[in-house]
Design a protein around this ligand. Structure first.
Ligand SMILES: Nc1ncnc2c1ncn2[C@@H]1O[C@H](COP(=O)(O)OP(=O)(O)OP(=O)(O)O)[C@@H](O)[C@H]1O
Length: 583
């Protein structure tokens, strides 16, 4: 895959904490407020107990303070929980939107070269993992503040009691460090195995019919689930690290508590501290050993960091470079390919070599050639779905790579052999594009693409949800064509977009295409003889090179050209001239 990493400045995920600053500040204040209330409570409690034990009047003010502090702690904690959940959801949405926007703004075919399942896992699960970091970190501040404050409280009550707690502190630090390192490694491996399963599952779902036809479901099942053993292993590793940390802290923390209470008890016996101090010391000790709860936050932060690493290559994808140029106004759509070359990513195999081609504005060009000759590569380069590795492409004299992408997209409409059909209803699907086509344009486009007939038979016509519309391959193609027709620009590129149409429908669609002569340049990638015969000119590709260009009737004299259309059925196509085929 060719990603275009930028020099590493602040990475996209690191900048997350700058989003929603008000919510994060509020969360920080709530967490801190809750921690301060929790820290003040033992002191107030100790003081109140001392007053009660001394046998004086009931210390109502002390009792009230304890109640207020308890309520404050609960209130702050609840507010922190609500703010944390909503902020994480909003950060996840922001991160997903930004990552998806980056992917879509980069050169399409190369940016989307990640396997679909892997990309989906990154855009869904990984963004949620990474986006939880700022909230976890804000919450962890309280997790640090509480034990530190409790330690200070212990020092203020009695130095020896505090020293007893400090005795166990180095062990706790070692425990936390080991835990963080262990979960980070296991978490990253776990996420990788998850992505691999997601990728294989997506592949299998896309090829469900092939798998069914080949009766290889069991083999496919094994292939998809093959990384499951590794996933289970990484999961076990994570839980082992958790288990060990919990086991060790489960042993260490009560021992530490016991030690602190024993020292405090001795100091009470020696008359150095009072009963209230003992109560406060026991509360502070339990708050201080609560540092063990940081393991959860550290584990979550380690998972977020591993997820962020998988998102950074997407967030640092370079946007499609351009020079902000616009199309020449009222120009005819004259397209020029100058010495265009495209190499395969990875091994550098040439897919297109030295293609020089001029398509006068308003004319049509059929691109023909054997399978794999590079027709789709040429179609992709002609509308900047792909940047050539060498050479340049100009529309009315303006280089495509200089044109502002949004303006370029308004000038170039594409239709594909297997179009994606986004949108809720059929109407949305046709209207979907650089601008939302109005209803009358949608209907006119559907008529031109000969889609109106089958759309009328759908239960709710144009309002039928796409998911509920049973569509054949040819009907899908006609919706894709209608979408292209509904967004007319100066260039229309059909990449094998008529291949599933029956000959009568194709004939009508061709007439709709011909009606655009003079005000729209058309490039039609096709295998059918009729497409070549009806076009103003033909570009004949062979092994990624332009073998010849010219009118179909002229090229027909070349037996190699005729062989491009030859079938094994004697007499079919080959005996027909271009003029006959065009009729
Ligand atoms: N996304 C891609 N990444 C890398 N190589 C590709 C990609 N798509 C196609 N190729 C390679 O480029 C070459 C030309 O493919 P292209 O799709 O342009 O052929 P085509 O003439 O349109 O074929 P067909 O008529 O079968 O659709 C093929 O050899 C193929 O292996």
């Amino acid at each position: 895959m060719r990603l275009h990493p930028r020099p590493a400045t602040a990475s996209g995920t690191r900048r997350l904490s700058r989003l929603h600053p008000a919510a994060l500040t509020w969360l920080f204040l709530c967490s801190t407020g809750g921690a301060l209330a929790a820290l003040a409570l033992p002191a107030a409690l100790g003081h109140t107990v001392d007053r009660l034990v001394s046998g004086g009047p009931v210390p109502w003010s002390g009792l009230l303070l304890c109640a207020v502090l308890t309520l404050a702690e609960t209130g702050f904690d609840a507010a922190a929980a609500v703010t944390g959940t909503t902020t994480t959801a909003r950060l996840t949405a922001s991160l997903r939107t930004r990552t998806a926007a980056r992917v879509l703004a980069a050169e399409p075919r190369r940016a989307l070269a990640l396997p679909t399942g892997d990309l989906t896992a990154r855009l869904t699960a990984r963004t949620a993992d990474a986006a939880s970091a700022p909230v976890t970190a804000a919450g962890a501040v309280a997790g640090v503040l509480l034990p530190l404050g409790a330690l200070v409280g212990l020092f203020l009550i009695d130095v020896w009691t505090a020293a007893a707690l400090l005795l166990g502190a180095p062990l706790l630090v070692v425990l936390l460090r080991t835990f963080t390192r262990g979960t980070a490694d296991a978490g990253a491996d776990y996420q990788r195995a998850q992505s691999l399963i997601a990728h294989r599952l997506t592949e299998a779902l896309e090829g469900a019919d092939t798998i069914r036809a080949a009766r290889t479901a069991a083999r496919e099942h094994r292939r998809v689930l093959e990384p499951l053993a590794a996933l289970a292993e990484h999961g076990r590793r994570t839980w082992t690290v958790y288990g060990r940390a919990v086991g060790r802290s489960g042993l260490l923390l009560p021992l530490l508590m016991l030690l602190v209470l024993a020292v405090a008890g001795l100091r009470l016996g020696a008359g150095t501290i009072g009963v209230g101090d003992l109560v406060a010391a026991s509360r502070y000790a339990s708050l201080a050993v609560g540092i063990g709860s940081l393991t959860g936050a550290l584990g979550s932060l380690a998972r977020s960091r591993a997820a962020a690493r998988t998102l950074d290559p997407l967030l640092t994808l370079a946007p499609l470079p351009h020079r902000g140029l616009g199309p020449v106004p009222d120009a005819p759509g004259h397209l020029e390919l100058r010495d265009v070359g495209v190499h395969q990513d990875g091994d550098g195999r040439p897919l297109l070599t030295g293609v020089h081609l001029t398509i006068p504005g308003g004319t049509s060009l059929a691109v023909v050639g054997r399978s794999g000759s590079g027709k789709s590569q040429l179609a992709a380069v002609a509308g900047r779905l792909l940047d050539p590795d060498t050479g340049s492409v100009l529309l009315d004299g303006v280089p495509l790579d200089g044109m502002e992408p949004a303006r370029l997209r308004r000038e170039v409409a594409y239709a594909f052999a297997r179009p994606a059909l986004p949108g809720t209803t059929v109407e949305d699907t046709i209207a979907y594009g650089p601008w939302t086509a109005p209803p009358e344009a949608v209907r006119a486009a559907a008529r031109a693409a000969r889609a109106d007939g089958f759309l009328a038979l759908l239960p709710y016509g144009y309002a039928t949800p796409v998911a509920d519309a049973p569509l054949s391959g040819g009907e899908r193609q006609r919706l894709g064509l209608a979408r292209a027709f509904a967004h007319p620009g100066r260039l229309l590129i059909l990449d094998d977009a008529l291949s599933s149409l029956d000959t009568v429908t194709e004939h009508h669609v061709r007439r709709a295409l011909d009606a655009r002569a003079g005000h729209c340049t058309r490039i039609i990638v096709a295998h059918r003889l009729s497409s070549a015969a009806r076009a103003d000119r033909v570009a004949w590709l062979e092994n990624g090179r332009l073998r010849a260009t010219g009118r179909h009737e002229e090229l027909w004299a070349d037996p190699d050209y005729r062989a491009v259309f030859r079938t094994d059925t004697p007499g079919e196509h080959l005996e027909r001239t271009g003029t006959e085929a065009a009729r």
